[in-house]
Design a protein around this ligand. Sequence first.
Ligand code: DAH
Length: 343
Amino acid sequence: MNDVKERLDADLSKTNTLEKLNELKTLYMGKKGIITELTLKIKDLPNEEKREYGKSLNELKNYFNEKYDKLKEFFDMEEVRNRLKYEKVDVTLPGVNVSVGAPHILEKVVEELEELYLSMGYDVVEGPEVEKDLYNFEMLNLPKGHPARDAQDTFYIKGDEILLRSQTSPVQVRTMLANEEKTGIRIICPGKTYRRDYDDATHSHQFTQMEGLVVDKEISLSDLKGTLDIMAKKLFGEHVETRFRSSFYPFTEPSVEFDVSCFKCNKKGCNVCKETGWITIGGAGIVHPNVLRNCGYDPEKYTGFAFGFGIERIAMIKYGIDDIRVFYTNDLRSCKSFDKRGE
Ligand code: DAH
């Protein structure tokens, strides 16, 4: 056994790589290794020698394992040291370009408006795009055959009862109906809308609207004006003004169209406002008593205002986009340019 230990020491002293160390392990501890063979010999020894022999053998094994572990750790560390020495990070190499997505510009405008209205205590409510004629028209004071329906050339899906909503106004109806206690309401409803238009630079058969509805006691036209004024300033800058022009919608009385003073020329006249100094944003008014009544609200107790406008139009004006189709053609180049403009 002592010879073996001497030989092992000699071998270990010559071991200068991890590879060689592992070869040594096979040589001594492998299936047919020197120490393994010594172990097999135990069974042929007379009983009285077995104990002493076994003890020395264990010591030898432990000796080997200890040496092995120490050397292995040393070689491992050496490898790390070598790597640190020779592998260097070249900070001048060009980096890998990771492309990240960003919200679409229409989404950005919607989010900006949602943030504003949420801060004023409104809820954001959504409704279905496949809608009943009843909610899209009838309960909004637009019975069948009403001439104002023609202005919203509608996609009907099933007979004349189910359609693709032509406006977000049906969400007003749904919200009022769902409010069982008939308490006050403050909502905005963004979403997709559809009309049978031919697509061109300013028309799209599918577009985005945002509806607003406030129902409470003693709501007046001046509340509406103040609200739209805040919105216009948020969208286009503190310097813009708003104005109402009288208009007609079957679901409001009185009805108005609201304009903002041109944020670019400050009412002097330019290409953005088509030399008029003003830009039309959407429609609005005081909720018609018939609509309140249809939805279970007593028009003697409650009044409300409502408004609706197109998100595409706002995005086009705000970011100087002159063709509505760029929102939908999924051209990555325009999407990327939106990213920058939306910042
Ligand atoms: N729904 C109208 C449209 O699509 C916009 C509108 C006008 C909504 C007046 C309203 C409103 O809530 O009061 O043209």
